[in-house]
Ligand binder design. Structure first.
Ligand code: DOR
Ligand code: ZN
Length: 442
């Protein structure tokens, strides 16, 4: 027995087909059973009628850090998934910089089972590319692929050695999985505390040099040209980095990239609070960059160079973040603010609208990482997000489902919110504005 229901009177946006029309969506036994414009077929019970809502493929975030194993005091798969569905996400991909790292089949199988037990949204895993993420010895790439990982990354650290990186790419080319690199030569970025620039200088801090990112992207793209490996730059943050990817795509290389909402909304000057002190909730890697870098990242999204919006959701406890700006760990949470913050940064810029944003948060990431969501075509799993694009709300970190509160956006007034998150036909999150009249059994 399953359920059958209809979501109607919604603006249906499906970037995989180009649909953007008022219409209805029929769900049966966890699958999209019908989709159409105008009024719904009368025989099916409607569970959601709220004019003004957008219905789109479930949001996908291909770059999150849930801290299992080893960092459960910051986030667990349970709290991370709760944050994901509250932000409208039906699929997330977890980075492997856990303790121990996700660099072997057994550890990966354990977290996969944990995610199944949590049973909220789809959780995919990205394996480390090198043992212990140390950049020296390759992991067993074919075995990890067979275990079901979707990509490989030493996120948190770059693969600095040219030969190791080339070998990783050669192996990934053979199994057709993408490398998803954190691009940073630490000797060049100086493991800096914040972006190297006037604000950093005035605070007397060690500057995180943008060339650390730029040089690694440049090096890697040469290796991509040699090996033919698929290559997806994690959290691009520099103008030159965006431009390297733009040119690589023009040259026909299998390269793509992603950006975080904070790199579209904030710059290095914003790190300083009203009292002139740097705020650890504005500290992450890569750091908030210059105004010109922010403009270049926005331009990269608008011209299609940057195809995905991701959070780099990186939970750390309040105590850890209170260690002062220098001592605090890098990273901020983002799952519960991503949609509204990305909308604030992008919508209305040169005609960029909800279908464009939804493409960057569903169809594009699904295509790049080979995930099953990102489409409302009949026969696909009913992973659906309902968005109220006009909903004004205030970000309150103390109301997050995430275990952590480290956001630079606390107190921000924003517009646009996921009000229902549906995974395989099952509503796993409904915001207080949503009335769900249970579907009929079939
Ligand atoms: O800010 C960051 N936090 N950047 C990373 O690359 C790692 C992440 C984390 O795991 O905390
Ligand atoms: Zn990351």
């Amino acid at each position: 027995m399953g359920t059958e229901y209809c979501i109607d009177a919604a603006r249906i946006i499906d970037p995989s087909t180009g649909m953007d029309e008022l219409g209805w969506l029929q769900v049966k036994n966890g699958i999209i059973a019908g989709i159409g414009r105008g009024s719904r077929p009368e025989c099916i019970k409607s569970v959601m009628t709220k004019p003004g809502l957008i219905a789109c493929p479930g949001l996908i975030d291909v770059h999150v850090h849930f801290r299992e194993p080893g960092g459960e005091h910051k986030e667990t798969l349970q709290t991370g998934c709760a944050a994901a569905v509250a932000g409208g996400f039906t699929t997330v991909c977890c980075m492997p910089n856990t303790t121990p790292a996700l660099d072997n089949v057994e550890t990966v199988r354990n977290v996969m089972q944990r995610a199944v037990d949590v049973d909220l949204c789809r959780v995919k895993f990205i394996a480390a590319a090198t043992v212990g993420r140390l950049g020296r010895e390759l992991v067993d790439i074919p075995a990890l692929k067979d275990a079901g990982v979707v990509a490989f990354s030493d996120d948190g650290d770059g693969i600095e050695d040219d030969d190791v990186c080339r070998q990783v790419m050669e192996h990934l080319r053979a199994i057709d999985r993408p490398l998803f690199p954190h691009c940073e030569f630490k000797a060049v970025s100086k493991s800096g505390i914040m972006h190297a620039g006037p604000t950093c200088e005035s605070l007397g801090l060690v500057g995180y040099d943008p060339r650390g990112e730029e040089l690694m992207i440049e090096r890697d793209l040469k290796l991509v040209a040699e090996t033919g490996a698929r290559y997806h730059v994690a959290h691009v943050s520099t103008a030159r980095g965006v431009d390297f990817v733009r040119r690589a795509k023009r040259d026909g290389l299998p390269a793509s990239t992603e950006v975080c909402p904070h790199h579209l909304l904030l710059c290095d000057e914003d790190v300083v609070d009203a009292n002139g002190k740097p705020d650890p909730n504005f500290k992450m890697s890569p750091p908030l960059r210059s105004r010109d870098d922010v403009k270049a990242c926005i331009e990269g999204v608008l011209d299609g160079t940057i195809e995905c919006i991701v959070t780099d959701h990186a939970p750390h406890t309040t105590e850890e973040k209170q260690a002062g700006f220098v001592g605090a760990p890098m990273g901020i949470v983002g799952l519960e603010t991503s949609l509204a913050c990305a909308a604030k940064a992008l919508i209305g810029q040169r005609g960029f609208d909800w279908p464009d944003l939804i493409r960057c948060m569903t169809t594009n990431p699904a295509r790049i990482l080979g995930l099953e969501g990102g489409s409302l075509k009949v026969g696909r799993p009913a992973d659906i997000t309902l968005i109220d694009p006009a909903r004004e709300w205030t970000i309150r970190a103390d109301r997050f489902q995430s275990k952590s509160r480290n956001t630079p956006f606390d107190g921000w007034r924003v517009t646009g919110k996921a009000v229902a998150t549906i995974v395989a036909g099952r509503p796993v999150y409904l915001d207080e504005s949503c009335q769900w009249n249970s579907g009929q059994s079939v």
